[in-house]
Design a protein around this ligand. Structure first.
Ligand SMILES: Nc1ncnc2c1ncn2[C@@H]1O[C@H](COP(=O)(O)OP(=O)(O)O)[C@@H](O)[C@H]1O
Ligand SMILES: [Mg+2]
Length: 336
């Protein structure tokens, strides 16, 4: 048996946009997914996650490159490859006027299940996604989180060894998100499945993944365990200094870098947050400082800022995480 469940090699996709321009949505991406691991693709919206998943599940033909599942090429032996694979698409793909059970039975028939075997499998899946008590209700009456769970159930019907889950927690409440993350872990621990998970949310990827690939502008820019990736940024902390609508000069940022020990970088970002009355947006300036032993650098940072006539409204010290890895690799924040 292959040690790698999935092997992706030099995968590329170029789209022709409606204006005639060519877009390299995925560029020479290569990675492996080992048997039994949870592997995540982490990247912002538009990074190429769905395009990658579509190619390695046989829904989209690569411009270049290939992938194997259990040793079978998805482009040349798609039937063998797809037998091992379940897919949970980013967009909910269910019939709203059918019940949860009717949806599972419909898709089960497409997988070739029928009769008692289909009924038994629908029961097992409903049990696993914890929707037995709502199985006869129509999908259109379900919450976003419940629809997501049925979507996952469809992907599990034919008992695949491998499942791809494309942003399964987008647009649902925190409790439903928690439930889905637990479900992902259960697939690994109780069913021995291999999981490819995608998200633009650093926290959940950090929590569930054995290994992570960071994808940005169609390129895989880093692969490793969360620990490996964090090591790349070294021991540097990030200090988030809130400065409201005050003007931040380049000179101040330069002074931070030159005069404060441990500081390796300082940038200014203008964000907008909702006003306290919930209506208007207020400017919400941030200075992001990268520093070794950030807490120690703090008093000097505040002194230099005050020296330049800048008030620091609040300070947050963030220890290295995947967000910091992304910032380190791209120079940009990984945000919603
Ligand atoms: N069918 C398509 N035609 C043209 N451009 C596309 C198509 N599908 C995706 N794209 C573009 O490819 C890029 C990657 O998209 P996608 O893979 O959906 O990213 P992600 O899933 O990481 O948000 C985006 O710029 C997107 O607009
Ligand atoms: Mg996507």
């Amino acid at each position: 048996m292959h040690q790698n469940m999935v092997e992706v090699r030099d995968l590329s996709k170029t789209f022709k946009r409606s204006n005639g321009e060519m877009l390299d949505a995925v560029k020479n991406v290569s990675f492996d997914i080992r048997q039994g691991e949870i592997f995540s693709l982490l990247g912002p919206n538009g990074a190429g996650k769905t395009t990658t998943i579509s190619m390695i599940s046989g829904l989209l033909t690569p411009t270049h490159g290939d992938a194997t599942i259990g040793g079978h090429s998805i482009t040349r032996q798609p039937l063998e490859a797809k037998k091992l694979l379940g897919v949970v698409p980013q967009e909910i793909a269910l019939y709203p006027t059918l019940s949860a059970r009717q949806n599972l039975e419909f898709f089960g028939k497409m997988y070739g299940l029928s009769g008692a075997a289909l009924s038994k499998r629908a029961d097992e899946v409903l049990e696993f996604i914890d929707l037995k008590d709502r199985q006869h209700d129509k999908i259109e009456s379900f919450s976003g989180g419940m629809k997501r769970r049925v979507n996952i159930g469809v992907g599990l019907l034919h008992q695949p060894r491998l499942i791809y889950m494309d942003e399964p927690t987008v647009g649902i409440d925190p409790q439903s998100r928690r439930r889905i993350l637990d479900t992902v872990k259960q697939m690994q621990t109780e069913m021995g499945m291999t999981v490819l998970y995608t998200s633009h949310l650093m926290e959940e990827v950090q929590e569930i993944s054995d290994r992570v690939g960071i994808i940005d502008h169609g390129e895989l820019i880093a692969v490793g365990t969360v620990g490996d990736l964090i090591q790349k940024v070294g021991e540097e902390d990030r200090l988030i200094l809130k400065v409201g609508s005050q003007v931040v000069s380049e000179l101040l940022l330069t002074r931070f870098r030159h005069e404060v020990e441990g500081v390796t970088g300082a940038t200014h970002e203008q964000a907008h947050s909702n006003g306290s009355d919930g209506s208007a947006t207020q400017p919400d300036g941030l200075i992001i400082v990268i520093a070794r032993r950030g807490r120690r650098a703090l008093p000097d940072l505040i002194r230099v800022a005050n020296d330049s006539g800048l008030d620091i409204v609040s300070v947050e010290v963030r220890e290295p995480d995947l967000e910091a890895v992304f910032l380190h690799l791209t120079g940009r924040e990984l945000r919603d």
